[in-house]
Structure formats: C-alpha cells, structure tokens
Design a protein around this ligand. Structure first.
Ligand code: DU
Ligand code: SF4
Length: 237
C-alpha cells in the first residue's frame, strides 16, 4: 500500500501502479489503438491521479478515467464529455479559472476543489470489477487521509463511487453511518469524524456527469449546479 507523505508524492507514486492486470492491458491497448480523432496523441496510458490543490476543501469522487479521456490526456475529467460538463459547472460557480478541460497543459486551475476516483485506470465499458475497486482502495484511503485536515465536503458522482467511498472513509478515520446511506441525486449525509472534536464531512450524491446521463436529461446542468453549490457552501468555499 502507498505510504506517501504528501499528495503530490502520492500522485507520482500512483503513476507507476500495475496492480490490476486487466486494467493495465486495457489502458495500454487504448493507447496503442487510439480513437481516430486522437490519432496524433501520445496517450498517457497509465494510472490517472487526482487533480487539484492538495489542501482542497471539496473533493469530487467519480468512477474511473475514460479510455480516450483521462487515459489519453493524463488528467482526471480532461478530454471527454464528462469533463466538459463538470468543469463548465465548476467555472460557473467560480470554482475553476476556465470552463474547458481539454489537456493537461491547458491551464486549468481549481479553487479549493480536487477531483479523484476510486479506480485510477480506465476500465473496459467503464466498469471496474469489485476486485479492481478493492485493489485500488488503498490509494483512495491514503488520499483521504492526506486531505483530512482540509476536506469538508465530498460530492460523489454515481453509485459506483458512492459504494466504493464508504470503506475508504472508514479506513481514513470517519464514522460511516450504519446501515450505509443509499445513493441518490441530491442526497446529503453528514459523516462525523471518528476523532472527537474533529470536523465532520458533508457527503453529497449526484448522478454521474457521463453522456448517458447528460444527453438524456437525467442529469441537467441545473441539477448538477445545485448539488455542487450546496457542497461548496458546506465546504466553506
Ligand atoms: O503544484 P501545485 O501548483 O500545487 O499544483 C498541483 C496540481 O493541482 C496542478 O496540476 C494544478 C492543480 N492546482 C489547482 O488546480 N488549483 C490550485 O489552486 C492549485 C493547484
Ligand atoms: Fe493500480 Fe488502481 Fe490502476 Fe489498479 S486501478 S492498476 S490499483 S492504479
């Protein structure tokens, strides 16, 4: 398990992880075959780290990088429709310096917000196995532990991230309610710290920003904005 002392060391260590054979093969194959429109890209084809300041107050937890999105650009929520929708919403709320997220060197800055995912490598069909989710958990636990001094709110995008997050929160020192709260869009759960007196965490559920949800209107820009705005308020941003 990673033992990094700070977030940027963690991000650097993560890039070398090869613990999931199926995902290593998939991320590298996507980088060899490529999508036609990205034929001149040199794909990242490695684990994609979280992105944003190491003292974030608001953490956004997705699912896993997209084969031709984060797996191509090397940055979470960068170079695909999910990133377009999410970063435009953050920019609207004053939490990002620009509305576009197209490449790792595009100048995007997040203010008080960090992106991460419970699985850091692109999976086939955007579906990691339970085994892969569990294998990647120590990275999330370490990230949460390092963010503990500053993180006040988390938005989880989709039910996969919601289920994956609870054991990681417990391992990082929060008291997850039992039975575990059910996922839903707009659900808010307050999670006390296991350390008496430490600041609790406001946890929010949102439908994922994937095309499946945004193209069909299951998740509208207003719905996303409302959850992000409530979470930013809870985080003190
Ligand atoms: O090294 P650094 O400036 O702290 O940035 C680390 C990483 O996080 C970098 O890729 C930019 C991003 N970031 C950000 O989005 N917003 C900040 O306020 C600080 C850093
Ligand atoms: Fe490593 Fe996580 Fe990628 Fe698996 S998904 S290879 S644990 S970084």
């Amino acid at each position: 398990a990673p033992r990094a002392a700070d977030v940027s060391t963690l991000d650097t260590a993560l890039a070398h992880c090869r613990a999931c054979p199926r995902l290593v093969a998939w991320r590298e194959e996507a980088g060899r075959i490529k999508r036609k429109s990205f034929a001149d890209w040199d794909y990242w084809a490695r684990p994609v780290a979280g992105f944003g300041p190491s003292d974030a107050a608001l953490l956004l937890v997705g699912l896993a990088p997209a084969a031709h999105g984060g797996n191509r650009t090397g940055r979470m929520f960068t170079g695909d429709r999910s990133g377009d929708v999410l970063v435009a919403a953050l920019h609207d709320l004053g939490l990002a310096n620009q509305a576009e997220s197209t490449a790792a060197d595009d100048g995007l800055r997040l203010y008080g917000v960090r992106f991460t995912a419970p699985v850091h490598c692109a999976p086939p069909d955007n579906k990691p196995t339970p085994d892969e989710r569990d294998t990647c958990r120590p990275w999330l636990v370490r990230e949460l532990t390092l963010l503990r001094p500053t993180v006040r709110a988390i938005v989880v995008l989709g039910s996969f991230g919601w289920q994956a997050l609870f054991p990681a929160l417990t391992a990082a020192g929060w008291q997850v309610p039992r039975p575990r709260p059910k996922f839903g869009h707009g659900v808010r759960v307050d999670i006390p710290s296991a350390t008496p007196g430490a600041t609790p965490l406001a946890l929010f559920g949102s439908y994922h920003v994937s095309q499946q949800n945004t193209f069909t209107g299951r998740l509208t820009p207003a719905m996303l904005r409302d959850v992000l705005a409530a979470a930013a308020r809870a985080a003190g941003l």
